[in-house]
Design a protein around this ligand. Structure first.
Ligand code: ZN
Ligand code: ZN
Ligand code: ZN
Length: 147
């Protein structure tokens, strides 16, 4: 009878020891605004917002968004307890009042739905100001979109 388990072997070698920082994404974004100079969509931020297209700085304030941000309910990514954000900016650093974990409350990523001009399938993607070239995953049509 042959002995087993005599040779050394690796048990689940851990390749990455870098931990993903804890974070949650905010569900609230400021209303879409266009740049007063070039009319392109501004990034969905508040405060000093820089137009990605013409580089002009625009001051954007929206009391409703600030209030909604302060009162937004988020669940702690470490212990799942529901917390009130309490801060009127995004991204923000939050400390859980229950488990004391620190995590990042990220800005909401605005998703847009576009329709492929060739096959008319719907594509969802992150909104990013400026012109982008898209390749439709369904029919491989290449077309340009501009937000
Ligand atoms: Zn602009
Ligand atoms: Zn917690
Ligand atoms: Zn298509």
């Amino acid at each position: 009878m042959k002995g087993i388990g005599q040779k050394p072997y690796w048990v689940g070698m851990n390749m990455s020891d870098e931990e993903e920082p804890l974070s949650v994404e905010s569900r609230i974004a400021p209303p879409p605004l266009t740049c007063p100079r070039c009319d392109n969509l501004l990034p969905s931020e508040l405060g000093e917002v820089k137009c990605r297209i013409c580089r002009s700085e625009v001051k954007v304030e929206h009391e409703g968004t600030r209030k909604a941000w302060r009162e937004e309910k988020i669940s702690c990514p470490a212990c799942n307890k529901v917390l009130i954000a309490g801060v009127d900016k995004r991204p923000a650093k939050i400390e859980c009042s229950s488990c004391k974990a620190h995590f990042e409350l990220k800005a909401h990523k605005v998703k847009v739905e576009i329709t492929c001009p060739k096959c008319e399938c719907k594509l969802r993607m992150n909104q990013r100001p400026g012109e982008r070239q898209i390749t439709c995953p369904a029919c491989s049509a290449v077309f340009k979109i501009n937000f």
